[in-house]
Structures are given as structure tokens and as C-alpha cells.
Write a protein of this length. Structure first.
Lengths: 338, 301
């Protein structure tokens, strides 16, 4: 139990830092994804905006969902939300706390993606190049070009190699303008997010500190209780399996001895320990038969009866417990007559 | 208990160094952010100043707020400030001390950003090229006022077709960069002198009050950590007891319903304990179902 206690203390004190670590890794992964991504503006009038805004908004949504998926506590939240009330009341404040803390962590990677995208400028340049104010930045009075043609020319701004509107508006001027707007938006977005985070963090102690401490305690409690329950069940399963297998081997050995009419050999005191561990199976034929039986006909999940192998293994569905002791005694009586 | 004591001694000596570490990391992050950031001055008359000054002042605000958010002690200070008085008096000197130490640490990264920006010079060139006096520079002296505004705005853009190989552009750029770097170094010098004086002269004023404030602010920090640790320990023990009670009540329910004779077991007592009286599939399934549908009450008395 000491070992488990140390492990759980480690998890408890470090669960927050573990979740923060995952959060940081996802933020780094999102910047890495952005730099690895090969941005290719289509440079066509109606496709530019869809592409640009799609790259700006769809990956953050994916990262947000991924943030929830990678968070172990989502199943804990769902379980606590859906469980029947029974003898233990449900506290909506605890559920809200759990959801908020998960959502806050999941929001970081999308916010990083949006900031990096805006500060880089390519997406906004691609999406809004057709809306550049040609009157102020270029020569709006350029002859021989209809509105549609102007749009086509402007749509090629992000693609310097094929841009043919240098007389209409210089490519560098337009790109610089759009980049400036994009970076301004980016910094404003980062400032807004940081201010929100600061307000959320600093206003909480001013208003609901007691409720917060309560929710935090009980949400940690639910998590620890779940882990401890899983550990206890695992321990139980281990003991169950051990006893089940022991009973199987004992049953096999009794069965085989009965079938072959071996006289029980008197084992000496010194060999006592080792032969106990052999569980009565001492030759190749017997072992092979034991293995075959284990595969073909597993014992029932019921530790009350000894493992006299029955026809099928699944005797656990509410059958009355067999009384084993009489059968064993009968076998022993048979031997002694011989 | 020994282990806890070691951990808390570590926290005591190192909570200051953890915070200093975070402060240093933020300063490095601010330099890295500046070098990664692709500064592109719009080179348009109305936009230059907004862009240049925006890049110089908005990220420091963000870095300052980040410095406050990442510092655990700010929450502790707010908590202490807003708590109801109750049986423990509040000492404003302690709160002031904590506030000033948090603010000092949070100011490092913004100052680093501003100094790096000034020493690099691009921001100031972008912001103030339009405000230059064209008479001082030969290339801009004989141009109409409307055009001069446009030309001066394009000075930060070296690759612009009008500005390529324009010697007056280089002159304006050098002039502004010189001012920018002078400003940067002066600010750095002033800040370092101020920090030096503050550290040297502090023992001359109110040293006793300072020692008290520092001691009690450390105390509040550690008390908070120990409280959290104790709550964790308590919730673990609570959960352990709750689960044991649950298994026990299941065992009793099974005994009541199944009338199982207690087996004279050849099994050792250890295994018997771990099985807690739950010895077949049916019972295990019932236990797991009850755990979900009807969790035990939070009462281990």
C-alpha cells in the first residue's frame, strides 16, 4: 500500500503539471505544424477567401477537439455527469469546475495557431487581397479594366511570380499593407487573450474563493477515488485469478490421480515446499493435459466450488454453489480401500 | 513525514529561484519572439506611426500580463488581500512587499523587449520617418510637401523602387537608428543604476520591517502549499476508506443474500483479505454495477 500511496501522491501533486505539460507540447506542436505546412494561396478571386479563412479557422477547431481528446479527465467528467444520483448527491459546481479547467487548457493550442497565423500574415494576405483599397494605394483610374478583371488581378497579389498588375497597384505595397493589418490583428488578438486570462485568474480570488476551493477539492477527490477503485479492482482480479488457477491445478491433479489410480506418494519433509508448488502435476503427460484443459475448458468464475472440471466453463450465472467437500472425501475414501 | 519535510524545505529555499527562473525564461522568450517576428513597416503615411509604436508597446503589455499570470505568488497575494479578516489580522506591509516583488519580476521581460527594439532601431525608423524635417536632408529638400510625406513614409522600406539606392533614405535611416540606439542604451543604463541603488540603499531604510514582510510573505506561500498537500493527502485517505466501506457493505449484502457457508480455506489469509469476500463473476459484476449506479455516500464516519 505504501508504494501505491507514493505513486498517488506523485500523480496528485503532478497531475496539474502533467496536464500543463501536455498543453505546452500541443502549443509547440501547433507552431511546428504551421511552419511545416506548405501554404499555397490559390490566387483566384473566390477561392482565396475560402482558403485563407479556412486555414485560419479549421485547424484551431481540430486542435481544440484534440485538446479534449488527449485529456484523461474527459471520461471522468462524463462519468460524473451521467451517473445516477443514488446515495451521493451531484454537485454542479464541481462539474462546472472540471469542464472549465479542461476547456481552458484545450484553448491554448488553437489560440497559438491563430496568433502565429495572423502574425505571419500569409492567410490574411491571401484572404483579403481582393479588398485592398486601390484608390488610396494605387491607380484606381487605370483604364481598360472592368471590375471583374480588376478582381482577378488583385487576387494574384499573393503569387508574386504571376502578378501582372504592377501598374494598377505595386505588389510590395499591397503585401505590406495587408501584412501590417494582419500583424495588428494578431497582436490585438494575443493582447485580448492574455487580458482575458489575467482577468479570469485574478478576479476569481476576489469573488468565489471558498466555492473554488470546494470544487477543486471534490474534483481531485473524484479523480483519486476512481484511480484507487481501479487499483483495488486490479488487486482483486489478481487474487481472484491466482485462486482460480490454483483451484484449477488442484482439480486437475485430483482428477488425474483418480483416473490413473496412482497411490499418493509419501513425500519427505524436505521436498514439502517444492512439491506443494508443483500442485500435484509432476510429469509431461499430466502437464500437457492440464494445458489442453485450460484452453478447451476454462474453470467457472466461481471460487466457492473446487475446480472439478465440468463440461463448460461458464457456470457463474446464478447457479447454486456446489458442495465440493463431499466429492473430495469420496475420492479419498476410494483410495484407502485400495 | 520526513519526505514531506524535505520537499517543503526544497520549496522554501527554491520558490524564489523558481520564480526567478520563470522570469529569465520569459525574458529569453521575448528576445526570441522579437527575432522571429517578421517586422514589415507598411510605409504609408498614416499607418507607420501606429505600426511602429504598436510593435514597441503592445508586446510589453502582453509580456507583463504573462509575467503576472505565470507567477504563482500573485494568486497567493490576491487571496491574502481579499480574504475576510477573521481571527488572523491582515498586514498591509506584507501584501505591499508581495505586490512589489511580483511587479518587479513581471517587468523584466517587457523592459527586455523595449530595449531590444530600441537597440535594433526598426520600430523607431518606421514610426518617426514621417516626422523628419525634410530640410535637413538633401534628397527631400526640393520636393512638394505632399510628395515629401509619401517619400519620407517609404524610408523604412529599403527595397521599394523609389527608395532603392537613395542616399537621403540612408541618411534618414542612420539618423533615426542613432537616436533609437542612444535611447535604448540610456534606458538600459538608467534602469541598471536604479536597480543598483535600490539594492544598495534598501538596508538603510526599514530593514527590520523588510525582514518581517519577507518572512511572512514566505510563510503565507508555504502555508498555502502545505494546505494543498494536506487536502490531497486527506482526499486520498477519504477515497481509500470510502472504497473499503463499499467493498465491506457489498460483502455483507452478499452474505445476507446468498447464505454462503464460510469456507475452511487452504488459501492463505492474505489472499482472503484481498478478495474481500467477493469470489465469483456474478458478485464482481454486481459490485461494479453498484459502483456506477449507486455510489456510496461521502461519509466515512
Amino acid at each position: 500500500m505504501d508504494k501505491f500511496r507514493m505513486i498517488f501522491q506523485f500523480f496528485q501533486s503532478n497531475q496539474e503539471s502533467f496536464m500543463n505539460g501536455i498543453c505546452g507540447i500541443m502549443a509547440l506542436a501547433s507552431t511546428q505544424m504551421y511552419s511545416a505546412f506548405d501554404f499555397n494561396c490559390p490566387c483566384l478571386p473566390h477561392y482565396n477567401m475560402a482558403y485563407g479563412l479556412g486555414i485560419l479557422l479549421v485547424p484551431p477547431f481540430i486542435l481544440f477537439l484534440l485538446g479534449f481528446v488527449l485529456n484523461n479527465n474527459i471520461s471522468m467528467l462524463a462519468e460524473e455527469w451521467r451517473r445516477p444520483q443514488g446515495q451521493r448527491g451531484k454537485d454542479p459546481a464541481v462539474l462546472r469546475y472540471m469542464f472549465c479547467s479542461m476547456a481552458q487548457r484545450a484553448m491554448i493550442a488553437p489560440a497559438v495557431w491563430v496568433s502565429v497565423t495572423l502574425l505571419d500574415g500569409k492567410c490574411i494576405t491571401c484572404a483579403f487581397c481582393t479588398s485592398v483599397p486601390v484608390e488610396t494605394l494605387g491607380n484606381a483610374s487605370h483604364p481598360l479594366l472592368s471590375q471583374g478583371e480588376i478582381q482577378q488581378v488583385l487576387a494574384r497579389i499573393p503569387c508574386k511570380e504571376i502578378y501582372n498588375g504592377q501598374q494598377l497597384i505595386a505588389n510590395e505595397v499591397a503585401v505590406r499593407y495587408l501584412c501590417c493589418i494582419s500583424q495588428a490583428l494578431g497582436w490585438c488578438f494575443v493582447l485580448l487573450m492574455t487580458t482575458l486570462a489575467f482577468l479570469v485568474r485574478s478576479l476569481r480570488p476576489c469573488f468565489s474563493q471558498a466555492a473554488f476551493l470546494k470544487s477543486r477539492y471534490w474534483s481531485h477527490y473524484i479523480d483519486i477515488e476512481r484511480k484507487l477503485f481501479d487499483e483495488t479492482c486490479a488487486e482483486h482480479a489478481r487474487s481472484f485469478a491466482k485462486v482460480c488457477i490454483q483451484q484449477f491445478f488442484e482439480g486437475m491433479s485430483t482428477d488425474l490421480v483418480a483416473a490413473r489410480c496412482h497411490l499418493p506418494r509419501k513425500t519427505s519433509e524436505d521436498a514439502g515446499e517444492a512439491s506443494k508448488k508443483l500442485l500435484g502435476i509432476t510429469d509431461q503427460g499430466t502437464m500437457n493435459m492440464a494445458l489442453k484443459s485450460w484452453h478447451r475448458c476454462k474453470p467457472p468464475l466461481h471460487l466457492q466450488a473446487p475446480a472439478l472440471p465440468s463440461g463448460n466453463g461458464w457456470a457463474g450465472e446464478g447457479q447454486p454453489p456446489v458442495h465440493p467437500s463431499t466429492a473430495q472425501r469420496e475420492t479419498a475414501a476410494y483410495y484407502s480401500l485400495v | 513525514m520526513d519526505r514531506f519535510r524535505m520537499i517543503f524545505q526544497y520549496f522554501q529555499s527554491n520558490s524564489e529561484s523558481v520564480m526567478n527562473g520563470i522570469c529569465g525564461l520569459l525574458a529569453l522568450a521575448s528576445v526570441k519572439m522579437y527575432t522571429c517576428f517578421d517586422f514589415s513597416c507598411p510605409c504609408l503615411p498614416q499607418y507607420n506611426m501606429a505600426y511602429g509604436l504598436g510593435i514597441m508597446f503592445v508586446p510589453p503589455v502582453i509580456l507583463f500580463l504573462c509575467g503576472l499570470i505565470l507567477n504563482r505568488q500573485s494568486l497567493v497575494m490576491l487571496d491574502e488581500w481579499r480574504r475576510p479578516q477573521g481571527h488572523r489580522k491582515k498586514d498591509l506591509a506584507v501584501i505591499r512587499y508581495m505586490c512589489s516583488s511580483i511587479a518587479q519580476r513581471a517587468m523584466v521581460a517587457p523592459v527586455v523587449w523595449i530595449v531590444v527594439t530600441l537597440l535594433d532601431g526598426k520600430c523607431l525608423i518606421c514610426a518617426f520617418s514621417g516626422s523628419m524635417d525634410p530640410e535637413k536632408f538633401v534628397g527631400f529638400a526640393n520636393v512638394t510637401p505632399a510628395q515629401v510625406e509619401q517619400l519620407l513614409a517609404k524610408v523604412p522600406c529599403k527595397d521599394d523602387e523609389l527608395m532603392r539606392n537613395n542616399t537621403s533614405r540612408k541618411a534618414v535611416s542612420r539618423y533615426l537608428r542613432c537616436w533609437s540606439q542612444a535611447l535604448g542604451w540610456s534606458i538600459l543604463l538608467i534602469l541598471i543604476v536604479a536597480a543598483f541603488l535600490a539594492r544598495w540603499l534598501r538596508p538603510c531604510f526599514n530593514q527590520a520591517t523588510l525582514l518581517q514582510a519577507r518572512h511572512w510573505s514566505n510563510y503565507i506561500d508555504i502555508e498555502q502549499k502545505i494546505f494543498e498537500e494536506t487536502c490531497c493527502e486527506h482526499s486520498r485517505l477519504f477515497a481509500h476508506k470510502c472504497i473499503l466501506h463499499f467493498f465491506e457493505s457489498m460483502r455483507q449484502e452478499i452474505k445476507l443474500h446468498n447464505f454462503n457457508l464460510p469456507r475452511e480455506g487452504e488459501r492463505d489469509e492474505g489472499e482472503e483479505d484481498l478478495l474481500r469476500g467477493i469470489t465469483d463473476q456474478e458478485q464482481v459484476n454486481k459490485l461494479l454495477k453498484t459502483w456506477y449506479y449507486d455510489k456510496p455516500p461521502l461519509d466515512v464516519s
